[in-house]
Design a protein around this ligand. Structure first.
Ligand SMILES: *[C@@H]1O[C@H](CO)[C@@H](O)[C@H](O)[C@H]1NC(C)=O
Ligand SMILES: [Cu+2]
Length: 495
């Protein structure tokens, strides 16, 4: 509508307001358009060219209306769901199969930036779910990515192979372990009944957001990378006939995860203690950390929070990744809080619940792309190119949580999770950029609002400090609270 002069605009607007609802019987032309044009012709103060201009504006107005109508129609056809306005939550169905055999599978969540450009800061990370049946062996392989995993279920043995040694570790539910890029690793699920389930965060070292698995030991399935080399090259490298090489690199056809016999399992896992080193000692300690045996950093009847202090763990510190586990009692919630520097990638392992977050980045009107609404970003500019101050608005991002749900919480964003009435909600969180990260609670003990001076509170809330304190000093639990339904059911009058 840039063609319009202000005066034309005003006149047009008057026409629209005054004559809406007046109908005409004449053919095809949109009645509203006809009416609009008709009024243009009857503006006495207009000369001929102004009348034409007015009619053109009528057409543009109707075209724009039509365009919006079509866009709405299209959007409704595509079906709008929770995720339309909420790029932060992924449900389990969105995992894709990376590989899968009768004995287990590795599933991977699509790249974050495929969902939204808001994830540029974590575009190099991928989330994976691995599971293997009882009595299985996962063939030795290496990745072009650092991987950090949490054992969500079961137990097993992991072996890491270096040039001078091999290190084998027992793992069980609650352990966190890192497999560095390029290090060949193999895995056994030695349990008789239980699946081994791992939740992984992967950080590729070369191709952002993309990783590949390399199998040396193998054959046709999984294919060994040795098969890519010319027979004469392999003959020379191994000083062996190509017939022998052909035999050894062609027999495996059962895939990445295969069943192993009792004896093989026993031989591969029969270790004194939980850690055995074959060869010389390591400089870095890759031993798994038992997250659930740490002293909880928050614990009451409403929940428990376990965290790894990465300043104590060189391997995690180098990756800059923190890990925490929240076990929220049924019907309870965690305090609203935000992380100062870390982006939280959380995976629901057990239970159901609810997630809510305040986000200034998305709004109900941003249907097709998620844009900053911040005034210092481009979308805050008006058509004339001058800075338009868009008042900051925080959209409520909310979602159901169930096993397999992944949600992302960027730094600075306040959020809560609430467990359903029937089950504890168990969530494993990987915190990207965790170095020097702090959690800032917004309610209960250590609530940062309690540390604001009275005068500052009065100025900020435009009311008395006493009134402010009567709100922010009521909750006396730390980190985990009675949830919304339990609170209401207590029937206690809110002061
Ligand atoms: C979570 O807490 C419940 C209740 O205390 C407990 O039974 C359950 O084992 C805990 N989950 C984990 C993984 O520790
Ligand atoms: Cu946001």
């Amino acid at each position: 509508m840039g063609l319009l002069t202000n005066r034309l605009c005003l006149v047009l607007l008057l026409i629209m307001v005054v004559y809406v609802g007046v109908t005409t019987t004449e053919a095809k032309e949109d009645p509203e358009l006809r009416q609009c044009k008709h009024q243009c012709r009857h503006q006495r103060q207009f000369d001929e060219s102004q009348k034409l201009g007015c009619e053109r504006s009528c057409e543009e107005y109707i075209e724009e209306k039509e365009r919006i109508r079509k866009w709405r129609e299209q959007r409704d056809e595509l079906g709008r769901d929770e995720t339309d306005n909420n790029p932060y939550v992924f449900q389990e169905e969105q995992f894709r199969t990376h590989f899968s055999t009768q004995q287990g599978s590795l599933r991977v969540l699509p790249k974050f930036t495929q969902r939204s450009q808001l994830f540029k800061g974590i575009q190099n990370f991928r989330v994976l779910l691995f599971q293997a049946n009882p009595h299985t062996f996962i063939l030795p392989n290496h990745w072009d990515a650092d991987a950090i995993f949490f054992v969500a279920q079961g137990r097993g043995t992991v072996s890491l192979v270096f040039t001078d040694r091999r290190e084998s570790f027992s793992i069980e539910q609650g352990h966190v372990m890192v497999i560095p890029a390029g290090v060949t690793a193999y895995l056994i699920n030695e349990d008789n009944d239980e699946k081994l389930v791992l939740a992984k965060l992967v950080n590729p070292v070369s191709n952002p957001g993309k990783f590949v698995t390399f199998f040396g030991p193998g054959g046709r399935n999984p294919e060994s990378f040795f098969n890519a080399f010319s027979p004469e090259v392999l003959e020379a490298a191994f000083k062996t006939s190509s017939a022998r090489l052909e035999r050894i690199f062609s027999q495996q056809r059962e895939g990445v995860i295969i069943r192993a016999s009792e004896e093989q399992i026993r031989a591969l896992t029969h270790k004194e203690g939980s850690h055995s080193v074959f060869g010389s000692k390591s400089s870095k300690d890759f031993s798994p950390v038992h997250l659930l045996r740490q002293r909880p950093t928050a614990s009451n009847e409403f929940g428990k929070l376990f965290e790894i202090d990465i300043s104590d763990n060189k391997v995690l510190q180098d990756l800059g990744i923190g890990v925490s586990f929240a076990n929220i009692s049924q019907g309870s919630m965690n305090t609203p809080f935000y992380n100062s520097r870390a982006t939280k990638v959380a995976i629901v392992l057990n239970g159901k619940g609810q997630f809510e977050m305040a986000c200034p980045h998305v709004s109900k009107s941003d249907h097709h792309h998620h844009q900053h609404r911040n005034p210092h970003h481009d979308s805050g500019r008006s058509q004339q190119g001058e800075e338009r101050e868009t008042p900051i608005h925080y959209e409520k991002i909310s979602s159901e949580l169930r096993p397999g749900t992944v949600f992302v919480v960027p730094p600075g964003h306040p959020f809560v999770t609430i467990a359903s009435q029937n089950n504890n909600l168990e969530v494993i969180c990987f915190e990207i950029n965790a170095e020097n990260n702090q959690k800032f609670p917004l309610a209960g003990q250590k609530n940062i609002l309690r540390n604001i001076e009275s005068e500052a509170k009065e100025l900020a809330f435009a009311t008395s400090a006493d009134e402010v304190d009567s709100v922010f000093e009521n909750q006396d639990e730390f980190f985990f609270f009675r949830g919304p339904r339990q609170w209401r059911q207590r029937g206690v009058a809110v002061v």
